[in-house]
Structure formats: C-alpha cells, structure tokens
Design a protein around this ligand. Sequence first.
Ligand code: ADP
Ligand code: MG
Length: 239
Amino acid sequence: MARPVIDIRGIHRIFESDAGFAHVLHNITFSVRPGEFVAITGPSGSGKSTLMNILGCLDTPTSGTYLLEGLNVAELVDDELAEVRATRIGFVFQSFNLLPRMSVLDNVMLPLAYTQAPRFQREMMAVHALQAVGLPVDHYDHRTNELSGGQMQRVAIARALVNDPAIILADEPTGNLDSHTGRMVLETFHKLKDTGKTIVLITHDSHVAAEADRIVSIRDGRLYHEDTSGIISTTGGGR
Ligand code: ADP
Ligand code: MG
C-alpha cells in the first residue's frame, strides 16, 4: 500500500496559559493515504481546528510524531517548514480570507509571489487553478468583494491549488454558505479528488462529512475511527 501522505502518531496538544493547562488533543493517531478524501467531524470545541493547524504545520504538537509525505515535521527548520506550507499544502478556511479589493486573478496569484516567476507565468498558473474550480472567465478581473459566497470560496480553493499541492486542508469550508452553495463547493472537492489530490475536510456538519470517503470523529480531543461496518474504535484512550 502507498505510503501515507499524512501520518500522525500519538499526538497531544496542551496549551499553557496563566489560567492553567488546556489538554486539547489526546493521543491522536491516524493516517491519510494519497488521493483519499477524509472528513474529520465533531462538535464545536472538540479540537478540529487545533488538529488542522498541526496537520498544516501552522502549529506544533506538544508530543507525538507527525510524518508529512515521509518527512518528520519536527525535524524541519523554519525555512523548510515555510516551503512545505507554501508548496505541499493548500489551505481553505470558512471565512475565505480573500483580499477584497484585489481582483480574482491577483488573489489566486498571491501564493506565487515568492516564486519570482514572471507575471505571465503566474497568471497562467492562476487561470489553470480557476479553471479547475469552474469559475467563469469573465469573473477573473472582478474584485473578490463583488462575488457571491460560493464564488468566493471557489476562488479561495483556486488559491489553495495554485501551487499544485498534494494535500488540501479545508476547515469548515461550507460554514458560511447556504446548503445549495455548500453543495456546489463540495462538488469542487470531489472533482479535485478525481485529479488525485488528497483532501482533509473538517466540518461540524455530519451531512457535509458524509461526502467524504472516510469519516473520522473527534470528541473532546479524542479521535474515533469509523470503519465501513460502523464499528467505532478509539486511539485516544490514554491520559
Ligand atoms: P473546534 O475547531 O473543533 O471548534 P478548536 O480546536 O478551535 O475546536 O478548540 C478546541 C478547544 O481548544 C477549545 O476548548 C478551545 O478553547 C481550546 N483552544 C484552542 N486554541 C487554544 C489556545 N491557543 N489556548 C488555549 N486553548 C485553546
Ligand atoms: Mg474550528
């Protein structure tokens, strides 16, 4: 079987503040194979975004191991981590995080700024990504604040795709959308899966989670894997 793209073992995340300790993630172990579409679902406050930040190398676990495409993330220096974030992972958020007064095309080109590739080349890459999410060509020069919510999220997905990352991490990508628009955005994830992307979709909505090939539930910072027979097991028994 192919090596997992994401392989986390025994991860804990403990936040420390003046108020004391918050033990948010408990002994989390799971892996995602290349091309899988996995949903992580659980109620608000269960630790989904904390886990996503670790998967996206935006945060570091307190203990445990994270292998990303075989790389031990804990051993990467800052420059290497920044490169992994910029080129291997595409992020999609609930709030789109677009720059409102910039054009669609310029928003999608943003992650390419560091490449120093000529503008026409960056534009070609952005157009390619926008085609993948099905945004009409006559919208490319619109400011993003002129778009509908569903269009904004598709632009955000195009921006996540522009570096051709292997992995797309989406944290509540349909959270700000009505159910019809949310469906259209989920269709986009299905299409991406068909092109070979690995997708981790985080959602509190069980209907949205049901779109994925596999569902992993998180409760109070502990992960519960559901196999196809509906048997639920946990890796989070310890501590
Ligand atoms: P979800 O995304 O599932 O709603 P989060 O991962 O955002 O949940 O939060 C899980 C728990 O961790 C919450 O109780 C939250 O208050 C806590 N938490 C998240 N980040 C921090 C932090 N930086 N410091 C302390 N507690 C935090
Ligand atoms: Mg969250």
